[in-house]
Design a protein around this ligand. Structure first.
Ligand code: NAD
Length: 340
């Protein structure tokens, strides 16, 4: 697997992954295929373009001819490209089904024709749905409740069907919530950090009781590389091992790091659907040698500092017309409170 095609490599996690595998001596070529939607930014790859191993193709994973030609030139595919924001899926579910399900099928179909060594499909813990108690293993049922998670669950099933039917060496990773630099400010950590940096209020859904497991993007990328190299075809690997917080506990930490207090928080009615808790076991990945390394408090402080020092990376996104949709507002919190 010396020639790796990375879809969605200009997004948050994909760009970290590309920088990581460019450092691997046994990987000779890394090609990013990315449509540069509102969520993709060529700047996320930044210094990676100094590497002669990197090529960038501006294109859509739904473009069968393009995908076919690119997959043919590579020995492995790592598939990140997706519509990834739950709130947007409440208002534009069609795009989620089209990119996440049909896009995955287009890629895995090309992988079948050209016989790649490994196809890593990047998925999420949200496919297991809410777990008020206990933790999901890879064998647990899929019970997605929101259109985003349903489209990811469907894409997992499609990808794995190509392993069972045609022997395509598919591995699926399902990770917890990621955080770190370069994340789009529509997601909760950068959204709250950038609002507090601007001296604005943040909004907590319900009573801030929803639990998420927070994993640093570097730990997730290390795990995905491990699965690319060592994962057994036909296997699913949960990537957990982050830190559990309710959104209220997370907010408390962000307020502390940004020198704000609870007066900066507005409580708003819960969103249309909001899973109470996600939780996964990750023993299978541990047998391959996975151990998350990042300390949450230290890494959250580093992340906030990145947003503090890189205003030019996120301020222009505040004006992005794609963000001006109910439920995905980057506007001041008082306006957001009105649309719920
Ligand atoms: P992101 O939204 O930051 O990036 C998605 C990238 O895909 C963007 O660069 C975008 O331009 C590209 N893209 C979208 N549609 C495309 C298309 N049709 N053709 C080509 N490129 C297209 O997402 P992310 O947070 O980096 O997530 C990456 C993957 O990881 C997704 O599959 C997501 O479901 C999964 N995941 C994310 C998290 C998380 O916390 N962010 C957690 C678990 C799993």
């Amino acid at each position: 697997m010396d020639k790796v095609l990375v879809t969605g490599g200009a997004g948050f996690i994909g760009s970290h992954f590309v920088k990581r595998i460019l450092r691997a001596a046994d990987i000779s070529q890394v090609t990013v295929l990315d449509a540069l939607t509102y969520a993709g930014h060529i700047e996320n790859l930044g210094e990676a373009f100094l590497s002669p191993k990197l090529s960038f193709v501006h294109g859509n994973i739904l473009d069968t001819a393009l995908v076919d030609a690119l997959v043919e030139e590579h020995t492995a595919v790592v598939h990140f490209a997706a519509e990834s924001h739950v709130d947007r899926s409440f208002f534009a579910a069609g795009a989620f089904v089209s990119t996440n399900v049909l896009g995955t099928q287009t890629l895995v179909d090309a992988a079948m024709r050209h016989g790649v060594d490994k196809f890593v499909h990047v998925s999420t813990d949200e496919v297991y749905g809410p777990l008020p108690l206990g933790s999901a293993s890879e064998a647990s049922p899929l019970r997605p409740t929101v259109p985003y998670a349903a489209s990811k669950a469907a894409s997992d099933l499609v990808a794995m069907s190509y392993f069972h039917t045609y022997g395509v060496p598919v591995c699926i990773t399902r990770s917890a919530n990621n955080y770190g630099p370069y994340q789009h400010p529509e997601k909760i950590i950068p959204l709250f950090a950038t609002r507090l940096l601007r001296g604005e209020k943040v909004t907590l859904h319900g009573q801030g009781q929803h639990v998420r497991n927070w994993l640093h993007v570097d730990d997730n990328c290390a795990a995905i590389e491990l699965v690319l190299r060592e994962g057994a075809p036909g296997e699913i690997y949960n990537i957990g091992g982050g830190t559990d917080f309710t959104s209220k506990e997370l907010t408390e930490r962000l307020l502390g790091l940004l020198g704000a207090d609870w007066d900066s928080v507005l409580y708003v009615p819960d969103r249309l659907s909001n899973d109470i808790r996600y939780s996964m076991t990750w023993a299978k990945l541990a047998t391959l040698g996975y151990r998350p390394e990042r300390d949450f408090d230290e890494s959250l402080a580093e992340t906030v500092d990145w947003y503090r020092r890189n205003t030019d990376r996120w301020a222009p996104l505040m004006r992005n017309p794609h963000a001006a949709r109910p439920g995905v507002s980057l506007a001041p919190a008082a306006e957001e409170a009105r649309v719920h």
